[in-house]
Design a protein around this ligand. Structure first.
Ligand SMILES: NC(=O)C1=CN([C@@H]2O[C@H](COP(=O)(O)OP(=O)(O)OC[C@H]3O[C@@H](n4cnc5c(N)ncnc54)[C@H](O)[C@@H]3O)[C@@H](O)[C@H]2O)[C@@H](O)CC1
Ligand SMILES: [K+]
Length: 249
């Protein structure tokens, strides 16, 4: 029988493994990020490390959106691994690096030795996350690592920022279209940000525009077991292809 977990159930698994000394949180995060990258290449082998690729060819591109918790930490791992495979990676952080939890902070710092961390939102600005649509292609990746199973409060308008899905425009929070990103592939780390892992519903604050939706992923890579939110309510419409990968729990 397939095991389906709540957020609390997943946390209990992780906590038991860490408390039993079988693994550290940092090792779990490294595995989670590595499994996301492995799943990307498994689902889209045409994106995989290709030693025969023309060294003069333009590198593939990824934008990684990292949130303020350990989901963001997974994102920093993904960014580092793709970078080290020769991808051109842009990283955006929602929040203050100094307030990241320790494992996420460690992976932030490992990334920061490789490239800049740009703000996902600018104080007072409509939104800092913006990519030049001309540079984004069908083999580019947008990695959504803003929130995972730790999304506990309703999303407010200011945080909802850009919405992006394949073949649609991406928008700033106020809804102004910013351009087309033709065919860019969207990968959600653990769960598309904005969905509650226990209900599959978007956690909406009253000020969230009614037409706002979480990133619609082409691929969602979750860890150990599917969560209730992947399979119910608004979950299936936002997850795209759901891949469950082991992380050693
Ligand atoms: N050891 C671990 O706990 C592991 C966690 N992993 C990853 O970590 C994730 C869980 O990490 P966390 O528990 O840190 O949770 P998240 O990273 O999902 O989110 C928590 C952060 O989001 C903030 N937040 C919650 N709701 C918000 C809202 N509406 N608006 C703004 N901010 C909000 C919280 O204040 C907190 O800073 C998993 O989904 C998975 O991706 C994996 O790395 C495997 C190991
Ligand atoms: K996510």
């Amino acid at each position: 029988m397939v095991e389906i977990l709540s957020a609390a159930g997943m946390r209990a698994r992780e906590a038991a493994a860490i408390a039993g000394g079988a693994v550290t949180g940092l090792a779990l995060m490294e595995r989670a990020g590595a499994e996301v990258v492995a799943a990307i290449f498994e689902v889209w082998p045409e994106l995989g490390p290709d030693l025969a690729r023309d060294p003069a060819a333009e590198p593939r591109r990824a934008a990684v959106l990292c949130g303020p918790g350990n989901n963001g930490g997974d994102g920093f791992v993904v960014a580092r691994l793709l970078h080290d495979l020769g991808w051109r990676v842009e990283v955006f952080l929602l929040g203050d690096p100094a307030r990241l939890p320790p494992d996420a902070r460690r992976n932030h710092d490992l990334w920061a030795a490789r490239g800049p961390v740009r703000p996902y939102l600018d104080a007072g600005a409509a939104g800092a996350f913006a990519l030049d649509p001309a540079l984004w292609r069908e083999d580019s990746l947008l990695v959504d690592a803003l929130f995972g199973i730790g999304l506990t409060r309703p999303l407010r308008a200011g945080l909802a920022a850009a919405r992006l899905s394949r073949d649609t425009e991406f928008r700033l929070p106020q809804g102004a279209p910013r351009g087309q990103v033709a065919g860019c592939r969207v990968v959600a780390v653990d769960i598309p940000s904005g969905l509650c892992a226990d209900t599959g519903r978007v956690l909406r604050a009253p000020d969230l525009p009614t037409d706002w939706a979480p990133f619609t992923a082409d691929l969602t890579v979750t860890f150990h077991a599917p969560k209730i939110g992947h399979l119910t309510a608004e979950g299936p419409a936002h997850c795209g292809r759901l891949v469950v990968r082991p992380i050693g729990l």
